[in-house]
Design a protein around this ligand. Structure first.
Ligand SMILES: Nc1ncnc2c1ncn2[C@@H]1O[C@H](COP(=O)(O)OP(=O)(O)OP(=O)(O)O)[C@@H](O)[C@H]1O
Ligand SMILES: [Mg+2]
Length: 160
C-alpha cells in the first residue's frame, strides 16, 4: 500500500484510519507494533501524533529522541489497549533497548501499542508481525521495505 499525504493533517488522518483497521485484525501474541522507517523529517513523528490522537491521548506527543521512550496511559481502554509507547531508536542499540527500556516485557504485553521510529535499529527485537511503515519525501526513492506482505509506504512533499 502506498499513500501520499500533502499535509501533516493528512498524515495524521491516515494514521487514524490505519489504526482503526489494525485494531480489528487477528489476535496477536503481544503488543501491536508499528515499526516506522525513513529518513530525517519524513513524517514518522507526525504519523505517531495521529496514532496518539486516535487513542484519545491529549498530551503533546513529541519525538522522544533524548528520552528514547515515552509511555502514555490511555484515558480509557480502546479495543483492549491501555497503553501507548513511543520509542525513538535513532540512538539506541538492541542491547540498550532490552536492558534499559525493558522492551521485551513491553512487547509481550497485548494491551500495549508500540510505535518505534528508526525501527530497523532494533529490528532483531521486534516481533515478526510488526507492521512496517516506511516514510519518504516525494522526490526521493524510499528506503526499501524489507518486510514482505504488510508493508506500507507514506510519502510527503519534498521541503523547499
Ligand atoms: N505530509 C506531511 N506529513 C508529515 N509531515 C509533513 C508533511 N508535509 C510537511 N511535513 C513536515 O515535515 C516534518 C516531518 O517531521 P517529523 O518530525 O514528523 O519527521 P520524523 O520522520 O519524525 O523526523 P526524525 O527522523 O527527525 O524523527 C514536519 O516539520 C512537518 O511539519
Ligand atoms: Mg521523529
Amino acid at each position: 500500500m502506498e499513500r501520499r499525504t500533502k499535509t501533516v493533517r493528512e498524515t495524521q488522518d491516515f494514521a487514524r484510519t490505519l489504526m482503526g483497521a489494525l485494531r480489528r485484525q487477528s489476535p496477536r501474541k503481544g503488543a501491536l507494533v508499528l515499526a516506522l522507517e525513513g529518513e530525517l523529517g519524513s513524517g514518522k513523528t507526525a504519523f505517531t501524533q495521529g496514532i496518539a490522537k486516535a487513542l484519545g491521548i491529549r498530551e503533546a506527543v513529541q519525538s522522544p529522541t533524548f528520552v528514547l521512550m515515552r509511555v502514555y496511559a490511555l484515558r480509557r481502554p480502546i479495543a483492549g489497549f491501555r497503553r501507548f509507547a513511543h520509542i525513538d531508536a535513532y540512538r539506541l542499540g538492541a542491547a540498550d533497548a532490552r536492558r534499559h527500556l525493558g522492551l521485551p516485557a513491553l512487547l509481550a504485553d497485548r494491551e500495549t501499542i508500540v510505535a518505534v521510529e528508526w525501527a530497523s535499529r532494533i529490528r532483531a527485537l521486534l516481533p515478526p508481525d510488526a507492521v512496517w511503515i516506511s516514510f519518504a519525501h516525494e522526490q526521493r526513492r524510499g528506503l526499501p521495505v524489507r518486510q514482505a506482505g504488510r508493508a506500507i509506504r507514506v510519502r510527503i512533499p519534498t521541503h523547499s
